[in-house]
Design a protein around this ligand. Sequence first.
Ligand code: FES
Length: 683
Amino acid sequence: MSSDPLVVFTPSGKRGRFPKGTPVLTAARQLGVDLDSVCGGRGICSKCQITPSYGEFSKHGVTVADDALSEWNSVEERYDQKRGLKPGRRLGCQAQVMGDVVIDVPAESQVHKQVVRKAASARVIQMDPATRLYFVEVDEPDMHEPTGDLERLERALREQWQIEAVRADLTLLSKLQPVLRKGKFQVTVALHKSHKDNVARILEVWPGLHEGGLYGLAIDLGSTTIAAHLTDLETGEVMASSGIMNPQIRFGEDLMSRVSYAMMNPGGDREMTTAVREAINTLAEEIAKEAGIDANLIVETVFVCNPVMHHLLLGIDPVELGQAPFALATSESLSLNAPELDLTAINDRARIYVLPCIAGHVGADAAAVALSEEPGKSEDLALIVDVGTNAEILLGDKSRVLACSSPTGPAFEGAQISSGQRAAPGAIEAIRIDPVTKEPRFRVIGCDKWSDEEGFWEETSVTGITGICGSGIIEAVAELRMAGLMDASGLIGSAEQTGTPRCFPEGRTNAYLVHDASAEGGPKITVTQGDIRAIQLAKSALYAGARLLMDERGVDKVDRVVLAGAFGAHISALHAMVLGMIPDVPLEKVTSAGNAAGTGARIALCNIGARAEIEKVVRQITKVETAIEPKFQDHFVAANAIPHKTDPFPELARIAPLPNPSFNTGGDTGGEDGGRRRRRRRA
Ligand code: FES
């Protein structure tokens, strides 16, 4: 048996014997232990910090003597004096193995560290970014051996980091010579490795050791808002999150009206492309400023978006997406350079990755949800709905995943609702109606108290009560149903029928008064029959989409429901079920995944393997096209009743039995099918 010292690494448990004098970093590399290094062991980057443990370790069968590692050396001393090393820490590239030793690699020294996410059920993000920093010492030019600076830099990368097939574009080349000389031929390069062609591109070069960090943007490009997360590519930390309105709204509120704008106006698609690219530049500038970083350090951007946004971002006329068979210009993922998308606010060699689309109506945003929520790895049958202006729906488990998108329209976001407003301070976000007194109480954004709690009116005096946002309107309609003020067909009863003056006539139908602030010059907040119809249309589209996927799968039940989307986080599971937005499942089986599309974008930004994974997963997803599926209309009509005309909701009946009044007096009710009309796609 070898008498070489035994080295045990924790937490990996990897172990091996190494000759005395072996640097810990070398031992780690040979064993495949995840220990970081940017400077390649020169003692200047401090990424390789380790913590040796001393004493008896019966678990590992090792006793570690005080002199198990070489003595603290001058490099460590210098680093400690300059920056300070935490007590007990050593630099792995300097400390040498002298005896049996147990070495802990702290999380921050691991290249593939895991980023903890807030939601307990969510997958962790394992860091393995496409772009990383490498410090190299480049040979100085020599008259007797003429070679270019780039070639010597490539040689240094090959010899010092075993990196082959390096590319640099002209803009990089034009700055390379001064940077090399400024750094005395020691430079740090940001190198992007493609998961597709194995090419390593030099995105940036700095003199000496670059310690300013490296950043990426994960962008969820929605038809209404554009949300970005500025992420540290070394730690995975989100430095800042910000969003702006999509300026394309001025060309049309929903997807189809933007496609129509492009069809009707020559050059209209270019106008929309320019508008969205300008907005992304503004957003990138703002978010970098907010985080206090130089926007030139943003070297990667990942986009997720629906197919129309995808085409308009890329400068492709979306006209084909407006008509069957809804052909995408490409459904593949795209790897691009920032200038190709006119992204001038970030590093001009930054790489762009656009996730693949699933189908002509099911975009890269749905792919991102699949990446984040992993229905294809689920043991039980999961229905994932990303509720927005367009609902992206995924149904699946280990055996098969199906996807569709359904045109819910903007009602769930408080648009096209008489007292609707966006989610902002003053908006009613939650509401309860007493089933006996029929009186409402509510909560508004910006105040934690309910309206019947002491202090509520003082605390809301500045914002006032201004309207109802998306989650508020869903709760309001469900509460009207639970309180017996609205029947299963969606009709609001009159004051006589319901016994409350809060129900009042409005035209030929009735409305319910939530709050009257008109005496103080504020609005009269009501839920009208028209609002209920709008919510019925939206929820029927969502449910019909889910049912279509269930038909495809041959089931009439799912095991669990995941509500995704920024809005999904605020929907109460009970109210969503009373409304019949989602199929009947035990309430505890309804969970919220937050902004799953944005999370998917972050995963693809932080982990290069996730890009290859989602490209493969997308190819395996069965696409279901709601627009041409005749059964969609039937499901849509049946779903118009609240919660449903024919589908039983036994779980719901168990926890919240619903009263069953009928307010149809034979007048104009909007029709049993809830104003059945040709649905058109929106987003
Ligand atoms: Fe850079 Fe040790 S590897 S300081």
